[in-house]
Ligand binder design. Structure first.
Ligand code: GTP
Ligand code: MG
Length: 195
């Protein structure tokens, strides 16, 4: 995929606010602060399209980005961070569940984990839930720039084991900072979308 156009289209907290044009979607799931929004920016080659930040809970709505007028990347709010406003936290479950369960154009979820850390309980629950719901899922281990390349395999193995991924090579090492994994992600998305 050559990214020719990428634009912010909508933020939603309920389904009435989702885009209705029926274009296929790929959504990003992961813990707060793991780097979902940064991955979107890096992938699209746009510095500030999705808002990122040092404090967890930056993204609190479902944000839809239309790419090449043909499909959407959806930035989801992160899980596992208790300090976001109570109202937001209370909304999170139903909002995410509704989206992941019912969203007809959803083609796949990219679940993002931090290569440095063993997956959290929430990461594991999310992976199991996606599997139960039969949502096609791809795992990306981001922030690989933060550890030496020689350490990657060891960390990827821990992640694969915790998330019950049979083949470590199915986990894509990525860095929004260095651009590692961008080509592979591009190819994976191409395949998901049948482009
Ligand atoms: P929420 O919206 O709060 O759920 O977080 P998020 O998952 O969207 O994370 P975000 O993209 O805002 O990034 C969180 C922090 O991690 C920011 O300070 C980013 O600069 C940093 N970050 C994200 N990806 C990378 C990466 O690949 N490498 C490094 N070194 N830092 C990264
Ligand atoms: Mg975000």
């Amino acid at each position: 995929i050559v990214i020719k156009k990428a634009e912010y289209v909508a933020s939603a907290v309920k389904y009435e606010q989702y885009p209705v044009d029926g274009l296929p979607e790929i959504a990003m799931a992961g813990r707060s602060n793991v780097g979902k929004s940064s991955l979107i920016n890096s992938f699209l080659g746009r510095r500030n399209l999705a808002r990122t930040g040092n404090t967890p809970g930056k993204t609190q709505t479902l944000n839809f980005y239309r790419v090449n007028d043909g499909w959407f990347l959806v930035d989801l709010p992160g899980y596992g961070y208790a300090k976001v406003a109570k109202t937001v936290n209370a909304q999170w479950g139903p909002m995410m569940e509704h989206y992941l369960k019912k969203r007809e154009p959803l083609r796949a979820v990219i679940q993002i984990v931090d290569i440095r850390h063993a997956p959290s309980v929430e990461d594991i629950e999310m992976q199991q839930w996606l599997r139960t719901m039969q949502v096609p899922t791809m795992i990306v281990a981001t922030k690989v720039d933060k550890i030496a390349r020689g350490q990657w395999a060891k960390h990827l193995k821990v992640i694969a084991k915790a998330l019950d991924i049979q083949d470590v090579s199915l986990i894509l090492p990525f860095s929004a900072q260095s651009g590692v994994g961008k080509t592979e992600l591009n190819e994976a998305i191409e395949e998901i979308l049948g482009l």
